[in-house]
Design a protein around this ligand. Structure first.
Ligand SMILES: C[S@@+](CC[C@H](N)C(=O)[O-])C[C@H]1O[C@@H](n2cnc3c(N)ncnc32)[C@H](O)[C@@H]1O
Length: 482
């Protein structure tokens, strides 16, 4: 069986994976939004189960809705579930209408310049890749960086015309918020783009398998943009939506720069804590598991980071996710994929590993789905009995439930972001042995090592200064969702 066929098979759910949890709205070959009435009661059950577990981001809204006696709460839940189902169904109606319009306009544009539908499709894909590449600007001389150097042959300082180069890049699709990086960062982003081409090719195979590629792609863009599950059920995307190849295409295009650069920045800060120094001294292979790894950007960043940090160390990188169709992407990047539900626990057993075999766990934008006691117990026990050196976390919110929950379990949490302008828990390291980190080691006043970040201002932090200066309308991540 070809790798592609295996990927297509897995898209419908692997028979070898963990027992499939009931996923909102089912999946497989049924059309999105087409069978919603039949699926409403199933959705309602899932929603009620997940309330209070998955939705910490919007607890304020939920709490208000669920106040009252138990009986009232049940009624309220039923009412709000059917309201939510209605909202969900209505949004899908709109998505399907708009997807048909979008599809039509796309075909008109491309058939103007192509002689047949296949050529039109190829041109559209090439244009899409060119557009994605345009998120990263060309290198240009940096006129803001001082170019003063000290000459070793002279007793006085001289100014040499060094050519520092920078490049502007974006993380939001409307390109409103420029970020800057060095030549080094530019090279990394070009490698990311090359990997995205591989991911987009894998994705096109999945899209074609769904039928009309233009419609599926348009539908995915609209699911990304309109977020039906967030509006109806306070959950960014359901498992069915994560498995939609059109949504996956949009995710690859829009999230890659943010996820890659944020993981890179987290790893730089982690290295500054001295955690990785031990790997420079040994050639022992390093094993890293990414929980809820999606298409695999955090593992890609890990691989590229260690290539320069400890080039002699070989890496075994494994991504685990509840959504089985991420498999083809993760494997296309050269990593291992395991279909796994974090709520089923037993990570080491799933990996066929013994305590001490797994070095690190990395979690990127997943805690909103699993900040519950059993998951936090499982993560804490990985650090203690499992002898995992550290769990490295990168999340969306400046306040994350995971921090307090891990501390309550006796773990040390090292917050990597600057805290001087207010609490910021977006990037953290969880360890059981505080001596592994410079800033938390017992009786030690050692500070983090200095470093020059490859991707400055990642994650976006300009709003914090603005907030200190008397309030600013900039959201903490103004481009989120764009
Ligand atoms: C916001 S995405 C993050 C993906 C990736 N880590 C990244 O940063 O791009 C959340 C991921 O968590 C996965 N997920 C959600 N619930 C899960 C669970 N119970 N067990 C494992 N993965 C889960 C989703 O399928 C999705 O791929």
């Amino acid at each position: 069986m070809s790798a592609l066929q295996a990927m297509l098979d897995k898209q419908g759910g692997s028979s070898k994976g963990p027992p499939r949890r009931r996923q909102r709205g089912g999946g497989g070959g049924r059309g999105y939004g087409q069978n919603q009435i039949q699926r409403q009661s199933e959705r309602r059950n899932t929603t009620q189960r997940s309330n209070g577990r998955d939705n910490d981001r919007n607890n304020g809204r939920n709490n208000g809705r669920n106040n009252g006696t138990h009986g009232n709460r049940r009624n309220n839940n039923n009412n709000s579930s059917s309201n939510a189902d209605q909202i969900y169904a209505n949004i899908y109606k709109e998505i399907n209408t708009r997807a048909r319009q979008k599809q039509a306009s796309f075909l008109t544009t491309s058939t103007n310049t192509a002689t047949n539908p296949k050529e039109a499709s190829e041109r559209a894909i090439a244009a899409e890749q060119a557009l994605l590449r345009s998120w990263v600007g060309e290198l240009r001389p940096d006129t803001t960086t001082p170019t003063t150097t000290t000459s070793t042959t002279s007793t006085t300082s001289t100014t040499a015309p060094t050519t520092t180069e920078i490049c502007e890049y974006y993380q939001d699709r409307t390109k409103q918020y420029p970020f800057f990086t060095s030549k080094d960062g530019y090279t990394l982003l070009q490698r990311l783009l090359d990997n995205n081409v591989i991911l987009l090719a894998a994705n096109m195979a999945l899209i074609l398998a769904k039928g009309d590629p233009q419609f599926v792609a348009a539908q995915g863009e609209l699911i990304y943009e309109m977020k039906p599950s967030l509006k109806a059920y306070n959950k960014t995307w359901s498992q069915e939506e994560y498995g939609h190849p059109g949504l996956q295409r949009t995710y690859i295009k829009l999230k890659s720069f943010q996820r890659f650069t944020e993981t890179w920045a987290t790893l730089e800060r982690t290295a500054a804590e001295g955690l990785f120094d031990i790997h420079k001294e040994t050639s022992k292979p390093l094993r890293v598991a990414s929980i809820g790894g999606g298409p695999g950007y955090e593992l890609l960043a890990m691989k590229m980071f260690f290539e320069r940090f400890a080039p002699n160390v070989s890496l075994e990188l494994i991504s685990l996710d509840l959504c089985p169709s991420w498999c083809g992407y993760v494997e296309a990047l050269g990593f291992k994929f395991i279909h796994w539900d974090i709520h089923s626990g037993n990570l080491l057993g799933t990996l066929n590993m013994s305590p001490g075999d797994l070095d690190y766990v990395i979690i990127s934008y997943v805690l909103i789905y699993c900040s519950d006691d059993p998951t936090m117990d499982m993560l804490a026990s990985l650090l203690t009995e499992g002898q995992v050196r550290a769990i490295i976390v990168s999340e969306r919110s400046e306040r994350t439930a995971g921090v307090g929950m891990m501390e309550k379990r006796g773990m040390t949490v090292c917050k990597l972001m600057d805290q001087s302008m207010g609490q910021d828990e977006r990037q953290c390291i969880y360890v059981s042995d505080s001596n592994l980190l410079l800033s938390t080691s017992i009786g030690n006043t050692a500070e983090r090592k200095q470093f020059v970040p490859v991707f400055p201002n990642v994650p976006f932090s300009e709003h914090k200064k603005a907030r200190q200066e008397g309030g600013h309308r900039l959201g903490w991540r103004p481009f989120h969702g764009r």
